[in-house]
Design a protein around this ligand. Structure first.
Ligand code: GDP
Length: 195
């Protein structure tokens, strides 16, 4: 389990990355998907990842150290927020591209999608990109508590179909608010580290 989680630093670009051999798992997802709440839930903290009141504003990678050196979680800015301008979009794309294609520490990605909705084009592009560069992905379907029983499997199937889900990846449905399946996340992260 995750016993300790510590914020280490934020980085706007490559010059801010940490130089060591600690493996990193990058957390990505559309603004408002519940990524901050999820990071706080799995680390058992209230304010580690800041649930931002102005989504799309933070353009930084945030580095968190898990279990005193076991691995790092790298929290990426939420994408797909309509109000960011084109320059912010380009800067975001550049930073993510740089990190995702050249970071030696990166071992896998944890991508969050909202279980209630069809994935957007941004979601599709992100996931396709991960597959093209050969990254393992753990997909987390959030807000499970908001779904009617009958829609759970139906929505999962539709999401997988839309993003062209690779069956070698793992898909886990969670609720951050009622904590459903949150206890399963650590082992799946460790699985990413060991693949
Ligand atoms: P982020 O932009 O991806 O970091 O999203 P936040 O973590 O700030 O969450 C966005 C909103 O969704 C907040 O109002 C959260 O309380 C809510 N939220 C996050 N996860 C869940 C969940 O599993 N279930 C429900 N019902 N709401 C959630």
């Amino acid at each position: 389990m995750i016993k300790t989680a510590t914020f280490i630093k934020s980085a706007a670009d490559k010059s801010g990355w940490i130089e060591d051999n600690m493996p990193e798992i990058c957390f990505v997802g559309r603004s408002n998907v519940g990524k901050s709440t999820f990071i706080n839930a799995i680390t058992n903290q209230n304010k580690l990842a800041k649930t931002s009141s102005t989504p799309g504003k933070t353009r930084l990678l945030n580095f968190f150290e898990i279990n005193k050196g076991e691995f790092r979680i790298v929290d990426a800015p939420g994408y797909g927020y309509a109000k960011v301008n084109i320059n912010q979009k380009v800067a975001f794309g550049q930073m993510m591209d740089d990190y995702l294609t050249t970071r030696p520490n990166l071992v896998g990605v944890c991508m969050l999608v909202d279980m209630r909705h069809d994935p957007t084009n941004d979601d599709k592009e992100m996931y396709n990109f991960f597959k093209e560069v050969g990254l393992k992905v753990l997909i987390i379907g959030t807000k499970l508590d908001k779904l009617k029983k009958n829609d759970i499997l139906k929505n999962e199937k539709k999401i997988k179909q839309i993003i062209n889900f690779d069956e070698h990846d793992t898909f886990l449905k969670v609720s951050n608010t009622s904590k459903t399946n949150i206890n399963l996340v650590y082992n799946l992260l460790v699985q990413l580290l060991n693949e």
